[in-house]
Design a protein around this ligand. Structure first.
Ligand code: F6R
Length: 242
């Protein structure tokens, strides 16, 4: 595992974006696994800049997002589809028909999970971008006695809903369920890029990457993957340098 620490957010964003852009430059048909939340926004902004300057083109790229809330109206500002359009897809030359986010409004969510898994199986992700939850979740794979391999519906932990309420008017508006790629789907990616920012995640990222592998910290399973790069800001990295 390659753990990189950056002094500034700007450097972190540039390096994260350059890993993705280099992949797409050498493999124009690359399949990207993407994440939402606050963590990747700076990297997306840098990718928008590189694409605008003509350094990279996403015309032939396909993307699969990790997760989506269940039950938010499709035009709601906080669906992960809206987030991706606003933060990235609307500003680069990707064909939106090639961008995939699980459908959290499907009438049959089990069937939707199966459909998404089949697409992931056929596509094979080259690079999966991940953020990290305060409780160690990746995607919306929450700490539990058992973790699921494939795409599935999950009930969000109270701490996750609390963490995400900053994007909503009140906690009551935060959905209670989501549909997420499973850990098996995530670990099948050829390369994984985990990005973690902030002192409030210093402890969990250190435990996830250096402690025992446990379903109590889903991100600890990343230790089993042969090709993980971790990008940390200096606050999140503080326990790695003690
Ligand atoms: C987002 C996702 C989540 C977030 C995590 C961190 O698609 O799957 O695992 O990456 O909750 O969120 P932020 O970046 O908002 O701290």
């Amino acid at each position: 595992m390659n753990i990189l620490t950056f002094e500034t957010n700007e450097e972190l964003n540039q390096n994260g974006a350059s890993i993705i852009a280099s992949l797409v430059q050498t493999k124009p048909h690359a399949v990207l696994g993407l994440a939402t939340g606050s963590t990747p926004i700076g990297i997306y902004q840098e990718l928008i800049r590189l694409c605008g300057k003509g350094y990279v083109s996403f015309k032939q790229v396909t993307s699969y997002n990790l997760d989506e809330y269940v039950g938010l109206p499709a035009d709601h500002s906080e669906t992960y589809r809206t987030f991706m359009n606003k933060q990235l897809f609307d500003h680069i030359d990707i064909d939106k028909a090639n961008t995939h986010v699980p459908n959290g409004n499907a009438a049959d969510l089990q069937a939707e999970s199966k459909r998404y898994d089949q697409m992931l199986f056929d596509a094979s992700i080259d690079l999966q971008l991940l953020g990290l939850g305060h409780n160690g979740h990746i995607g919306f794979n929450e700490p539990d006695r058992h973790l699921q391999s494939g795409t599935h519906v999950v009930t969000l932990k109270e701490e996750t809903r609390q963490a995400n309420k900053r994007f909503f008017n009140s906690i009551d508006e935060v959905p209670t369920q989501a549909i997420t790629m499973g850990v098996g789907s995530i670990l099948k990616a050829k390369m994984i890029m985990l990005v973690v920012r902030g002192a409030d995640k210093a402890d969990i990222v250190h435990r996830a990457l250096t402690g025992p592998i446990t379903t109590d910290i889903p991100a600890s399973l990343l230790q089993t993957h042969p090709n993980v790069v971790v990008l940390l800001d200096k606050e999140a990295a503080k326990h790695f340098h003690e």
